[in-house]
Design a protein around this ligand. Structure first.
Ligand code: ADP
Length: 334
């Protein structure tokens, strides 16, 4: 429920559906993945066969689900969507696999969170298009082999490194998704604004893009909040000033830091002179749990080069002092 959080709940996913690009050409940024994927898809179309299984890795909100839908659309194939956590038993997976039609795309989000038995069933399904369905229980149980139609698995994971090698090796192609550059996010904002019927100028879109943490999902979310503000407080048109004011109301600063991020930096700088300070001490100073500071605030601060984790504790960088408009202390000589 954080405005700058990268994960969406079900309600937001429903809103997002309208903003998803439908074809590869409409998908903004990720040049390398797009080019590679385009080759994979074109070759499969020429052969008239299902393409190799595709693994998409990268942080949430960068477009993995969207790309899986694009893959299906480009292949003119139906798509089935499920996720690792939804598949707790091998039987759950068997039921899905055995109901796939020829050429169907199966999108498996958070594939690293599947149960072990399901994962092992998936190996065989990916490689030989076959599963063993276990019928009965105990000593009388028998495995009945079941042929599957050729399908394409699109797996998504936040970290490809978390996948067991046997699973990773069964993907013919892995696309590594990167955070988006501000200019790319600006295009995402323009595109979404057009779909939402919001009038926005380039500086307004740039203002939202700069606060979106390299993540299209966050850009779309901030755009919706800015739209509310522009409607209520203004004539609905979004320019730089309106975007900046709106996001100030929602406490998202020019670099995309929210209140918690700023509280952590503020404590680190003002109370501890920029550190080093231990995580638990820092957490007490901001009135949060250590895990919240470590898992919610710090990753982005580290990514932005504002905070560093060292063996002696957390330290602020020069950029952190500058960002909060403070002067770094002069290092004592010697
Ligand atoms: P993920 O599956 O990686 O968490 P999604 O595919 O659900 O991310 O994308 C989140 C939102 O961001 C969607 O509304 C989608 O339309 C939008 N989005 C993601 N990537 C792009 C892109 N390259 N161009 C335009 N919109 C995008």
């Amino acid at each position: 429920d954080r405005l700058v959080g990268a994960v969406a709940d079900d309600a937001e996913q429903a809103v997002e559906a309208a903003l998803r690009p439908k074809l590869l050409d409409e998908f903004i940024g990720q040049e390398r993945v797009r080019e590679q994927l385009s080759l994979v898809l074109r070759a499969a179309r020429m052969r008239g066969a299902a393409p190799d299984h595709v693994l998409l890795s990268g942080p949430p909100g960068l477009g993995k689900t969207t790309l899986s839908m694009i893959i299906a659309a480009e292949l003119n194939a139906p798509i089935r969507i499920t996720s690792g956590p939804a598949i707790q038993h091998a039987g759950d997976l068997a039921a899905i696999l055995s109901s796939l039609t020829e050429g169907e795309v199966l999108f498996l989000d958070e594939i690293h969170r599947m149960s072990r038995p399901a994962e092992e069933m998936l190996y065989m399904a990916m490689e030989d298009f076959r599963v063993d369905v276990i019928v009965g229980k105990g000593p009388g149980a028998t495995a009945i082999p079941l042929e599957l139609p050729p399908f394409t698995l699109v797996g998504a994971t936040t970290r490809a490194g978390l996948l067991p090698p046997p699973l990773r090796d069964r993907f013919g192609f892995t696309g590594h998704m990167e955070f988006y550059a501000p200019a790319e996010l600006q295009r995402v904002v323009h595109r979404s604004a057009a779909l939402l019927d919001v009038e926005i100028d380039p500086a307004g879109a740039a203002e939202i893009a700069g606060r979106s943490r390299g993540t299209p999902r966050i850009a779309n979310r901030l755009l919706r909040r800015v739209r509310d503000y522009a409607q209520v407080e203004h004539d609905g048109v979004v320019d730089q000033r309106i975007a900046a004011r709106a996001l100030q109301v929602y406490e998202v600063d020019e670099r995309g830091l929210d209140r918690l991020d700023r509280a952590v930096l503020d404590a680190l700088l003002r109370l501890f002179g920029g550190g080093p300070v231990g995580l638990s001490t820092l957490a007490v100073a901001v009135g949060e749990e250590a895990e919240t500071v470590e898992e919610v605030a710090e990753p982005f601060l580290v990514r932005e080069g504002l905070l560093a984790r060292t063996p002696r504790g957390r330290i602020a960088t020069v950029a952190a002092w500058q960002h909060l408009g403070l002067t770094p202390p002069v290092q004592p000589l010697g």
